[in-house]
Ligand binder design. Structure first.
Ligand code: ARG
Ligand code: ZN
Length: 875
């Protein structure tokens, strides 16, 4: 079945009130749902009520307190249809279902994770608990009562505020929670178990006292301190930046170890993958700390963008996700370095969203069709969705953007709305027509902007020719012209931006060119000296650029542009071009060569003490093999790229030898560990340097010393990564891997790093290494974090072994996908997206991938999730 946006129909029935009662037991839980149902005025009195279910067993059904006649309803595991209903518009349904949380391996609905009952209802998990109108435009006020054994589950949590609790017979106890805010079923949550807690308080701007709690496994409370700090900073930030205050008396977060995604914004009770809560210097890297900060903020920010205002239907997913990602990006940019954060975002977008947008799984930020909504929690909906909101701010300016947000909150609080409603708020607040801009939501594909410029020294004019195009994507062969905002500067000989007197050919406002037509010829007049055009500063639009410019101009920008993002971008473009040329050379049996000037600008920037350390670390993280592959785009040979990149690393290592050695020593920080951005930047730079040091010396010495001496996980894991990449088959490499395993054998989250580091080893032997690691006592297909760490990392971050020419890397991933599918379809389908770029590979690999995909899709027992991905990937 295919769901279509245009088929949306408001429901004939509403459910203003829900009372749930859970008799919790791992093997068999009874759920009693009492629903106040209301037929809408224009619905016919005999309209049947069709409730969603998923694998349910109906125990009892009553209408207005009277047991329903079997002839009046039809119950299947997936649906409850009630055909005879009272004539009155309001009535009460009582539905009793029986579910088995301990047998629920999909991690959707109610399940048990390490002995803790927990729920995941977004998108369609609530229907695995009880029959319901499980769609986001049905908003209900929930009261939840649950009872469980006091010994196994002393803690009983749900949404909203606690009402009452007490003891029952036989060692049981109960609690009742009430959430006064009407909400869709996907925001329902329940947690029951035995957990430790970190408590704190927050006073909102208007003086509301909020009890904060973060629940984690006993003994891990200390590792929740950073998350708590991030939560309080997020709450303050949303007040200051967007005027949004928290609205309940309690806010709880629970960390669980089995979780399909990152975290979930259930009203007043966020449930998190423990990976995004637990951190201290011994077990978490700086990247982990930054992710925790971002995801805590993200889920908290959903309270307004997602919960108070939610989605009319799942086609509108980006309404809450794109907007909330934008908000968490802004938060992190404020808390850390804006430029560094922006570069990291763009790298992520290019690595994950661009290949999606340029392959068979491409879809608009707001899709129009889906078979399985879980497959649309994508980089396009989240990350490109955030870019669209960011462009909106660029176009409107900070003040009008804020006015639009305010109007959106005021107008739609308590509603389930659409992208059209969202855009309308900005149109009304700013008086602008955003219809062409809206195409960013509706049209898939990454636009390309081609650009060339020439300076006339006599006339003092700069003429710029620009052309936009959007490549065709599945089921959208013809594209309309987009409104593309390009931030720019005319960089003068001394590195500062030159002024100009006037400009014709396109509208330019506050340093932003607005492309709206296919072609623009722009003429800047009164430009006193020959400028270098710096375009798409800060990555103001998520496009690819084809710029006709000379290498010396890019080098100039790398050294002098006033926008740090553009400096990084200029260097990145040059390095990527050099790697493409070098890969070609390797493939042609030649030795790759690199321009001296390119190597020296890289080293100079890395050594430039006027720049932030974190920025310099990014300068030294030369484009990855996957980045180069994506830019090559067709007939890709991953081995050639690997060889070319290795040669570039070596060239930089040798030329930078002295500089890097001195810098590495100077950066050693003797102060006690702090996760702050500045200290993290120093560690990031040291971690990039250590790779060059060992390459230059052809010895693992320096990395092993860092591994041994490190007093924090960032430097320990950084050193181990370098050892595994370059010295995996030496005694030192093996010894380091063994030491790490021994030290962390009782901490699965940390062992994930050990799995990850080995999954990235660029060697023909990695496939068999992975097969043996899958037998490791701490590996389990049932835990999504383990699967992602080992097999996910392999498929995304090991270009040579995953794409090994004999097809064995593909086979390993395909077999894992197949084994997972019956157990956890969501994770299986996600892993299968690793094949999305199979058509751009060279012929031999392409053929291996095609065969495996075709084989897999022939199976008759595929989940809907996996069938959907395979079908689209092969189409
Ligand atoms: N709304 C969550 C977030 O981004 C993601 C939950 C998605 N879960 C799922 N099973 N599809 O914050
Ligand atoms: Zn989200």
């Amino acid at each position: 079945q295919i769901f279509r946006l245009e088929d949306y129909q408001p429901s004939n029935y509403l459910i203003p009130e829900v009372v749930l009662d859970f008799r919790l037991n791992a093997e068999e839980t009874l759920v009693t749902a009492r629903l106040q149902v209301e037929r809408i005025a224009r619905a016919p009195a005999d309209a049947p009520l069709i409730l969603d279910g998923d694998g349910l067993v109906l125990e009892a059904l009553a209408v207005n307190g009277t047991e329903a006649e079997p002839a009046d309803y039809d119950a299947s595991p997936d649906q409850l249809t009630i055909s005879r209903l009272p004539a009155s518009r309001r009535f009460e349904l009582t539905i009793v279902t029986r579910i088995a949380p301990s047998k629920n391996t999909t991690l959707m609905g109610l399940y048990v994770s390490s002995g803790v009952f927990c729920t995941q209802c977004e998108a369609e998990g609530f229907r695995r608990i009880t029959y319901f109108l499980d769609r986001p435009d049905i908003l209900s006020v929930y009261t939840v009562r649950m009872e469980a054994d006091r010994k196994d589950a002393p803690l009983l949590l749900s949404n909203g505020n606690p009402l009452e609790s007490g003891d029952l017979a036989d060692g049981r106890h109960f609690a009742v929670w009430h959430d006064p805010f009407p909400k869709p079923s996907y925001l329902f949550a329940l947690v029951a178990g035995d957990l430790g807690v970190v408590k704190d308080r927050f006073t909102t701007a208007s003086g509301r006292e909020v009890d904060l709690g973060i629940y984690v496994e006993h003994g891990k409370e200390k590792r929740a301190a950073y998350a708590m700090d991030a939560l309080k900073r997020s709450m303050r930030w949303d007040e200051e930046r967007f005027g949004r205050e928290y609205d309940l008396d309690v806010f709880n977060i629970v960390a669980v170890s089995d979780f399909n995604m990152g975290a979930m914004e259930n009203k007043g009770l966020n449930v998190f993958n423990d990976k995004y809560v637990l951190a201290d210097e011994d077990t978490a890297t700086d990247v982990d700390f930054a992710n925790i900060e971002a995801i805590i903020a993200h889920e908290y920010f959903h309270n307004w963008t997602g919960n108070r205002i939610t989605c009319r239907d799942w086609f509108q997913l980006c309404l809450k996700e794109g907007l909330t990602v934008f908000r968490d990006h802004e938060f992190s940019a404020n808390e850390r370095s804006r430029a560094v954060k922006r570069i990291a975002e763009v790298r992520g977008l290019r690595a994950h969203q661009f290949p999606e947008d340029q392959g068979p799984l491409a879809h608009p930020v707001r899709p129009r069709r889906y078979r399985e909504i879980n497959n649309f929690y994508t980089a396009t909906v989240y990350e490109k969705g955030s870019e669209v909101v960011r462009m909106l701010r660029t176009i409107l300016g900070e003040d009008a953007f804020r006015a639009g947000m305010d109007l959106y909150f005021e107008r739609h609080d308590g509603q389930a709305v659409t992208i059209e409603d969202f855009v309308k708020a900005f149109e009304d607040a700013s008086g602008r027509d955003l219809s062409q801009f809206s195409l960013w939501y509706h049209q898939a594909g990454t636009p390309n902007v081609a650009l060339s410029s020439r300076y006339d020294g006599k006339e003092k004019t700069l003429t710029v020719d620009v052309e936009q195009s959007v490549p065709p994507t599945p089921s959208e062969s013809r594209k309309r012209l987009m409104h593309i905002p390009l931030a720019f500067g005319l960089v003068g000989p001394d590195g500062t931006d030159l002024d100009y007197q006037s400009v014709e050919g396109a509208s330019v406002e506050n340093g932003v060119i607005h492309l709206r037509k296919r072609r623009h010829q722009m003429v800047f007049k009164g430009v006193k000296a020959r400028p270098v055009l710096s375009i798409n500063r800060g990555f103001s639009a998520p496009v690819t650029l084809s710029v006709e410019s000379r290498a010396d101009e890019q080098l100039f920008l790398a050294r002098h542009d006033s926008d740090p993002f553009s400096r990084w971008q200029a260097l990145n473009t040059l390095l990527t071009d050099a790697l493409i040329a070098a890969s070609k050379a390797v493939r042609g049996g030649k030795k790759p060569v690199f321009e001296d000037e390119l190597i020296s600008v890289t080293i100079d920037l890395a050594a430039d003490e006027t720049l932030e350390e974190a920025f310099r670390a990014l300068i030294l993280s030369v484009p990855g093999e996957a980045d180069v592959a994506r830019e090559i785009g067709r007939d890709i040979d991953p081995d050639a790229i690997h060889t070319a990149r290795g040669a570039l690393l070596m060239a930089i290592a040798q030329a930078g030898s002295q500089t890097f050695r001195a810098l590495y020593e100077r950066l050693l920080d003797n102060a006690p560990f702090s996760p702050d951005a500045r200290s993290a930047g120093r560690r990031a730079l040291r971690n990039t340097l250590i790779e060059f040091l060992v390459l230059d010396s052809s010895s693992p010495e320096a990395a092993y010393r860092q591994f041994e001496d490190a007093d924090n996980m960032t430097e320990r894991a950084g050193a181990l990564t370098v050892l595994a990449q370059h010295f995996h088959d030496t005694d030192v490499g093996r010894a380091a891997l063994a030491a790490f395993e021994k030290r962390y054998r009782d901490n699965p989250l940390v062992l994930d790093k050990w799995f990850q580091i080995q999954a990235m080893i660029p060697s023909a032997a990695t496939v068999s290494l992975l097969r043996s690691l899958m037998e490791h006592p701490h590996f389990s297909l049932a835990n999504p974090n383990r699967v992602r760490a080992l097999v996910g990392t392999f498929s995304m971050a090991n270009q040579t072994a995953f794409h090994s020419a004999d097809g064995e890397g593909y086979r390993l991933v395909a077999e894992t996908v197949a084994a997972l599918d019956s157990h956890n379809p969501q994770v299986a389908a996600r892993l299968a997206t690793a094949f999305r770029s199979w058509r751009s590979l060279e012929k031999g690999r392409r053929e291996h991938a095609r065969k495996l995909l075709a084989e897999m899709s022939k199976r008759t027992d595929l989940s809907r999730d996996l069938a959907d991905i395979l079908e689209r990937t092969l189409a």
